[in-house]
Design a protein around this ligand. Structure first.
Ligand SMILES: [Zn+2]
Ligand SMILES: [Zn+2]
Length: 556
């Protein structure tokens, strides 16, 4: 391929939610923008992580020069550890983004070999034949950038995730000037975030949440638990500031919350006055009227601190009558059932629960641009070509329609889905090209092994290691286990007759159930997941096999 053309090849995140990744190729040089993951849907049993198919990059591995990151959200960096193991190319990102990447690489023993290059907004990096300027944008986490990339055929702007927050908590504004500067110069193609295209108007500033949060916290009679995404550093900062204002100390629970707070604080990106933090071991005895706890687990993930707190099975804190719980996060579609069940648990214990929905002042605001902000970016950049990014097809479509209405795009608006490539040529023309392999790759995080397809994966587990079905009977009302658990296996033969292993496996299930609270036991998604995780760990350790584990609960 000649240097006088540019191929843009979306490998994930277009037409689907999550695992954002796009390759740009000119001649024999490829750079990759973002390498995200998506969380598996519930029907993907036993799959821990879903990442984009990188067959195209592997086929052209000698051409891949770098991965360039826009920000540290999982849907942009989550696939890095899986990809670097196979394709150890330099990774460029801002300070906080790389701090998060570093942690993930360290967990998997990949940090030593990794080539990480820190960049700052405003900086220009050359990766021949590309020249990349990092432009600061505002979003729900910190240190986020858009990319302005000079290529042999023109300038490409990739917004990453953004909103235009006029009053950012960290005081660092969206770099509208840079967008305007490139617009003035002429931009070949704009690739832009479509997440919130269904929302008219402007997304409120991150600061908008503080009004309602303060009102709720001042009125709280006992302890307060605030839950938000662990990556929402702006939100965490506002909660810490608010605690100071109303005279409360702050406890932090949940692994991701603790590590993100530590990471941001170590980089000087989170201000925590001395004496603010309550040690975990002191949380239980601390005066509830002066305590505010930050916890992760807003989506009611089965093992998260919030889920445990809701069923009173958390090691460090308990919650009850007249305590306040504020869910300062979006309810992600698909998680409603679990979240509302968790909220029910809390209301049942007499907790004052506040969550997003229908109130005048918000307790959560989005990190993504609404229509008017999308228009501002389109208007400033005025590209020849426009490709909507980051969304399901309807969102890409509506973003395209918005651009069409405005008349801000001089040549063409192009709707692409993952795998569909487009070629731009030096004479300013563009054409769709042959699709490249793209799709979802399932990963079992315990083994770091890739699973091409969930069906193949299940079949292979079945073929090699069989299936293990623990069956327990639980009384729906009392949460009592009425009979001994049974374990049925097919094709799973640990050793000899395996009866000893299975007897132990029964004990594992018994112990898991015994150590769960009544609410966990009657919440079948929770108890099933607990049994699956414990049994998987046990069987893997004892037999080094990985059978498919399908807990079955009989309702009595
Ligand atoms: Zn993001
Ligand atoms: Zn994103």
């Amino acid at each position: 391929m000649s240097r006088s053309s540019l191929w843009a090849i979306p490998l994930g995140g277009l037409g689907e939610f999550g695992m954002n990744m796009m390759a740009l190729r000119s001649g024999d040089d490829i750079i990759v923008i973002d390498a995200g993951m998506m969380f598996p849907e519930q029907e993907l049993l036993g799959v821990d992580v879903v990442i984009p198919d990188i067959t195209y990059l592997k086929q052209n591995r000698h051409m891949v020069r770098a991965i360039v990151l826009t920000h540290g959200h999982e849907d942009h960096i989550g696939a890095i550890p899986y990809i670097l193991g196979d394709l150890n190319v330099p990774v460029y990102g801002t300070q906080f983004t790389l701090a998060l990447v570093r942690r993930r690489l360290e967990e998997r023993g990949l940090l030593e070999e990794a080539k990480l290059h820190e960049v700052a907004p405003g900086q220009i990096v050359r990766i021949e034949p590309f020249q990349i300027e990092f432009l600061h944008v505002t979003h729900s986490t910190i240190d986020c950038v858009a990319l302005a990339i000079r290529t042999p055929v023109g300038v490409i702007i990739h917004t990453g995730d953004f909103k235009i927050d006029p009053t950012p908590v960290d005081g660092r504004p969206f770099d509208l000037h840079a967008f305007a500067r490139y617009g003035q110069e002429g931009v070949l193609a704009l690739f832009s975030d479509s997440t919130n295209v269904e929302r008219p108007g402007y997304t409120p500033s991150e600061r908008a949440v503080v009004v309602r949060l303060e009102e709720l916290c001042r009125a709280a009679p006992q302890k307060i638990v605030v839950s938000c995404f662990a990556s929402s550093i702006h939100r965490i900062q506002q909660v810490i500031d608010l605690a100071g204002i109303i005279g409360r100390k702050v406890g932090i629970v949940g692994r991701s919350m603790i590590t993100n707070v530590e990471t941001a604080h170590a980089l000087g990106k989170l201000r925590i006055p001395d004496g603010t933090i309550v040690r975990p071991q002191d949380l239980r005895s601390f005066d509830p009227k002066h305590l505010m706890v930050l916890a992760s687990g807003t989506q009611a993930e089965p093992m998260s601190s919030l889920s445990r707190i809701a069923v009173d099975n958390h090691r460090l804190i308990s919650i009850g009558q007249n305590d306040t719980m504020i869910l300062s996060a979006r309810i992600i579609p698909g998680n409603e059932k679990n979240i509302f069940r968790m909220i029910d648990h809390l209301f049942r214990r007499g907790v004052l629960v506040y969550y997003e929905g229908g109130r005048a002042a918000p307790i959560h605001v989005s990190g993504h641009a609404s229509q008017e902000e999308m228009k501002i970016v389109l208007q400033l950049v005025r590209p020849k070509y426009f490709v909507p990014l980051h969304g399901e097809y309807r969102q890409l479509f509506r973003h395209a329609a918005l651009a069409e209405q405005m008349g801000a795009v001089s040549e063409e608006i192009v709707l692409l889905e993952s795998g569909q490539s487009i070629e731009f040529t030096a004479d300013g023309k563009a054409a769709r090209r042959e699709p490249v392999p793209a799709g979802r790759v399932m990963v079992d995080s315990g083994s770091l092994e890739e699973i091409e397809d969930v069906v193949i994966r299940d079949r292979r587990h079945l073929a090699e290691d069989g299936v293990v079905v623990p069956i327990i009977a639980i009384d729906k009302h009392t949460g009592r286990m009425e009979t001994q658990p049974q374990i049925v296996t097919r094709g799973f033969l640990p050793s000899d007759d395996g009866s000893e292993i299975l007897a132990h496996a029964r004990d594992v299930v018994l112990r898991t159930v015994d150590q769960s609270t009544t609410e966990e036991k009657t919440d079948w998604s929770v108890i099933k997941e607990k049994i699956r995780v414990d049994l998987k760990r046990f069987l893997n350790k004892q037999t080094s096999k990985r059978p498919l584990i399908l807990p079955v609960i009989l309702e009595l």
